[in-house]
Design a protein around this ligand. Structure first.
Ligand SMILES: *Cc1c(COP(=O)(O)O)cnc(C)c1O
Length: 220
């Protein structure tokens, strides 16, 4: 079942520059192994502890993406192995990632999470917060981080026009910064948007990373 669903995503993404992150949160190792055996290498988890438990139980060539809110006191647990932190939403967090990454001699790839949904509860920077972070004069000194782009979650709604409007807004922010980068550790290459319910719209609006959980592994 998992392999079959992955094959369908593979067909959908063939010839595009969009990649699939298999969101395996709450799912057991045998489910992850089934996806791995079908060729999947990008996995997303939203909790530090769960990702730290699964990582050593899985093959070493997996790219682990953290997609959930990250507290500064937990950064140290993931820096030894994480491939991409998609949920950076503050300067303080970025500084902590840089500090911990330098201790293990790694450069950690990050996305800045932008709040695009109408719901109040979702984490992320607003446009002003993004601007301030990217203009911070100390940003070029954070030599153990690399900002690769933006991540966002659309409103959980059936209103397709609303979802499209939110993804378009994120794409617009991404494009406007991508043209105007002056800092060597900031390279806008990845735009992470789209989940099980809205990935088709996200791909149409220029996503480079879709984060799919239930449409691969079943409901949680
Ligand atoms: C859970 C989660 C997903 C995947 O959600 P599905 O609807 O199951 O595809 C994607 N992104 C984030 C940030 C998540 O927390």
């Amino acid at each position: 079942m998992i392999a079959q669903r992955l094959k369908e995503f593979e067909k959908l993404l063939a010839g595009t520059s969009c990649r699939l992150v298999a969101v395996s949160k709450t799912k057991p190792i045998p489910d992850l192994m089934e996806a791995y055996s079908a060729g999947q290498r990008l996995f997303g988890e939203n909790k530090v502890q769960e990702m730290c438990e699964k990582q050593p139980a899985m093959p070493p060539d997996i790219e682990w993406h953290l997609i959930g809110h990250l507290q500064t006191n937990k950064v140290k647990y993931i820096v030894p192995f994480v491939a991409l932190i998609q949920s950076v939403d503050s300067w303080r967090l970025l500084e902590e990632i840089n500090k911990r990454a330098s201790k293990v001699n790694r450069i950690i790839n990050c996305l800045l999470q932008i709040h695009i949904a109408q719901e109040e509860t979702k984490f992320g920077l607003d446009e002003k917060g993004l601007e301030e972070l990217l203009q911070n004069p100390l940003l070029p000194t954070l030599s153990n981080i690399r900002i690769l782009g933006l991540m966002g979650m659309a409103t959980n709604t059936n209103d397709q026009q609303q979802i499209r409007k939110e993804f378009r807004y994120l794409r617009h922010l991404f494009d406007s910064y991508a043209k105007n980068l002056h800092t060597p550790n900031v390279l806008f290459q990845e735009l992470s948007m789209g989940m099980s319910n809205d990935y088709k719209i996200a791909i149409e609006e220029g996503s480079t990373l879709i984060r799919i959980g239930s449409a691969i592994f079943g409901s949680r």
